[in-house]
Write a protein that binds this ligand. Structure first.
Ligand SMILES: Cc1cc2nc3c(=O)[nH]c(=O)nc-3n(C[C@H](O)[C@H](O)[C@H](O)COP(=O)(O)OP(=O)(O)OC[C@H]3O[C@@H](n4cnc5c(N)ncnc54)[C@H](O)[C@@H]3O)c2cc1C
Length: 453
């Protein structure tokens, strides 16, 4: 944590200062939680209003923030270091392994370090029609933490933001107005909400996005145990536009997530109807009959530019995220960093540039390596030979000590988002991993030649 450094005395938070957070998803909640925490440590008396248009206690779109619902190991560890433990009702299932499916076979990969776990959860109160009282919303849990710390939740949509000489005034859809010393944009990728910032943050360029796909399959927990277990099922299939598909088991739902570029219903159907996917479900089941929800949400594929100005800062998906993975973890990183900058360094554009922007730039630069890693994965996806080599390498690694399962741990971190892409990239260059990969490619080539004969 940095010492208080106010280069511009005019733009500082003082006793009585008011902050508005627009959007109560993870980024808004993490900002709020840490801003209040840091202010308490400084003996600074500030107040925070969180504006949130959704009701996370409702099932379906009204309470949903469209997400696969995987909480990464790194986020669980960071939260527990802060003393925040996810309640058991929020955790739908502890994920102990993932199963990699390719057209030519599948294999189970256990967590690289046996004690580490990832969890699956629902951001709201589950899919449309959910009545399971064992479901508790992740976003609502974060909200609760903020309220316990003294934040006020205003269940209204912000529809206008106007800058005045020494403040920003917000107006809600219901016509209520309030004046704030700092406004935090945590509106996700909502285009209309992002355009609110045009007038108060004119240099801001919103993030670039692409369409993804999510659907839910409702099944009895016993059937999910039998067919999916506590494993996240990851698919590397040679299908157009799809970089990555996953089936994530929850308590009585299985969530399907498809990431790639501009996924539409036709592409999603080609995935769902593929042999590798269908064979996982109970025979004869009609998937359409057990699908209460499907949607095509946007995902951040390139960070925003200049996501700050005097008295304004944007966090989470509205600013920078982690490419394809662990967006909630990235919301934690940016939310906390912006809170740190605002409380300890001031709320001028210069303070955010110096103390917040570097955190966004680090995520953006890491995503460049992520793009490269996913383009290599894309090449593997299209090649029967390389997929054969990858599969035999991962299968043979499962008999080795965990520190020798190099390819498995690279794949684990790529698919769960638990490590920075830079870290994954460096591990890919390990000579022992490369030698083993080449050896497995040779073996696969020979296999193919002899099979043909
Ligand atoms: C298909 C898919 C799968 C994903 N899977 C995962 C996963 O498994 N794990 C993971 O970590 N991440 C995942 N992500 C990414 C993750 O969902 C996002 O990175 C994360 O939600 C970003 O949090 P946020 O708080 O920035 O934005 P959001 O979660 O989008 O929250 C924004 C909030 O702002 C509110 N809001 C918007 N406008 C207004 C307004 N004008 N007034 C008041 N409120 C407003 C919205 O109602 C919303 O609650 C996935 C994303 C997609 C698309």
């Amino acid at each position: 944590m940095s010492m208080r450094d106010f280069s511009s005395e005019h733009f500082v938070l003082e006793d009585g200062s008011k902050i508005a957070v627009i959007g109560g998803g993870p980024a808004g909640s993490f900002f709020t939680y840490f801003a209040i925490d840091f202010a308490e440590r400084m003996g600074l008396d500030i107040s925070i209003d969180i504006y949130e248009a959704k009701d996370f206690t409702c099932a379906g779109p009204q309470g949903c923030n469209n997400c696969g619902g995987i909480v990464s190991e790194s986020l669980i560890q960071s939260l527990s270091a802060e003393g925040v433990v996810l309640p058991s009702k929020v955790i739908q299932r502890g994920i102990e392994s993932y199963t990699l499916h390719l057209e030519n076979g599948s294999t189970v990969i256990k967590t690289p370090l046996e004690e580490q776990r990832i969890a699956s959860m629902f951001r709201g109160f589950g899919p449309k029609g959910n009545t399971d009282t064992n479901t508790a919303s992740f976003d609502n849990f974060l909200f609760g933490l903020c309220q316990e710390k003294g934040a006020r939740v205003i269940s209204e949509r912000v529809s206008e933001a106007i800058r005045t000489a020494d403040a920003v005034t917000l107006t809600t859809k219901d016509g209520n107005k309030a004046r704030y010393d700092l406004v935090v944009g945590a509106v996700g990728l909502n285009g209309k909400a992002l355009s609110l910032f045009k007038s108060i943050c004119p240099s801001f360029e919103p993030p670039e996005t692409t369409k993804t796909y999510i659907s839910e399959f409702q099944m009895e927990p016993e059937l999910i145990d039998k067919h999916f277990g506590n494993s996240m099922h990851v698919f590397l299939l040679n299908l157009p536009n799809i970089k990555f598909g996953a089936l994530i088991p929850k308590d009585n739902y299985v969530t399907l997530v498809l990431l790639g570029s501009d996924i539409n219903m036709e592409i999603a159907c080609s995935f769902i109807n593929s042999k590798s996917v269908m064979k996982l479900f109970p025979r004869g089941i009609k998937l359409d009959d057990i699908t209460p929800c499907k949607c095509f949400p946007s995902i951040n594929v390139k960070g925003a530019k200049l996501a700050y100005d005097d008295r304004v800062v944007l966090v989470g998906d509205s600013a920078s995220s982690k490419l394809y993975k662990n967006g909630v973890g990235a919301a934690y990183i940016t939310g906390k960093a912006a809170a740190n900058a605002a409380i300890f360094n001031g709320i001028s554009a210069n303070a955010f540039k110096k103390y917040y922007q570097p955190v966004c730039s680090e995520l953006d630069n890491d995503n460049k390596l992520g793009k490269f890693i996913f383009s290599v994965t894309g090449i593997i996806q299209k090649s029967h030979l390389l997929k054969g080599a990858l599969l035999s390498m991962v299968i043979s690694e499962q008999h080795k000590a965990s520190h020798k399962r190099r390819m498995s741990s690279v794949l684990w971190d790529t698919f769960t988002g638990s490590a920075a892409y830079k870290n994954i990239f460096v591990r890919c260059l390990n000579p022992l991993l490369l030698v083993s990969l080449v050896w497995n490619i040779i073996k696969s080539t020979l296999n193919l030649i002899f099979k043909k004969k």
